[in-house]
Design a binder for this molecule. Sequence first.
Ligand SMILES: [Zn+2]
Ligand SMILES: [Zn+2]
Length: 388
Amino acid sequence: MSKDYYDILGVERDATPEAIKKAYRRRAMKVHPDVAPDDAEAAEKFKELSEAYEVLSDPNKRAVFDRGGDPMSQGGAGFSGFGGGFPGGFDFTNLVDAMFGTASSRGPRSRVRQGQDALVRLRLELFEAVFGATKPVKVQTAVVCPKCAGKGGEPGSEPVNCGTCDGSGEVSQIQRSFFGDVRTTQACPTCRGYGTIIPNPCTECSGEGRVRTTRTLQVKVPAGVSTGIRIHLEAQGEVGPGGGPAGDLYVELVVDEHDTFRRDGDNLEMVVKLPMTAAALGTTVDVATLEAEWPDSPVEDRSVAVEVPAGTQSGTRIALKGKGVPRLRGGGRGDLGVTLLVQTPTKLDDKQRELLRQLAEERDETRAEAIAAKGHKGVFGKISEWFS
Ligand SMILES: [Zn+2]
Ligand SMILES: [Zn+2]
């Protein structure tokens, strides 16, 4: 195979469908026949780009190409032209039509075109992102018209040949000029290039072959996702004009902030307050884990007993292995980091004040000297950050 489609589009071999679209759009704009109308080299380049895009945007053809086969020979397709709308209203079908409309005869254009991709956002609670969930997602979309099944005409009626262009979809004009006859070809104005006319447009879809509707999809969210991750659902976008193949749906995840737990990569972090006496004497505290919010979790996982050794300082972080976020790639889970915040008592009665005074005397701390501590900035910076 002499052509490298990845090279032509200037993308890596593992480029995402989005990156391929972007690269195609960027390059095609420069050599588009409207921009460089008389440039034969640009026209050739445009055709080459379009062919590369046709292959790499189609998972089947791309797979054939990746295996070293000839994707254009699959099903005797050749360069068939392709549909494809893009979010943002940039319609490539017109662009391709414009190219082939001026370059060669192509016959009538099809009413059936690829639908657009769609992007929706899905909000998740932290426990849903961490443990996974199946969530309903409402999408405003287009589906095949139930009345005409995408054909665009009232049931029982058929499209008729266009009289203006005799079904060819294009009309030619010969203009006499000083240099001789100049022949120009353009899309037929009567049938807009389709070659046929729908005499009785479907009353349900006004002849578009698709209708707007709201669909609710159940989207499976894997465990360990985070904000910004997009779930790609093939052919769940909107149906194209003429009931054409549906575009893809991208579900972008947004994970809500949590009052107790903070996510740090695969780790969950939390702060637990502890009385000064407990920190000095040592204790065991039961800490509710994120599993406590997840209805499907085993009951024994919903809390964990944390051993606090005697003499624990404020800011000490205890890592509970395997109680954090499941790793999206590879197995296992991160840690649950429990940072202890030692509470100095504030409301003392007379008896408590006397006891503390005795303790201070016993420890020779009645006139305690303040010594600047070093290397604590990181620990306390983090804690104050959470409480701000
Ligand atoms: Zn219809
Ligand atoms: Zn016509």
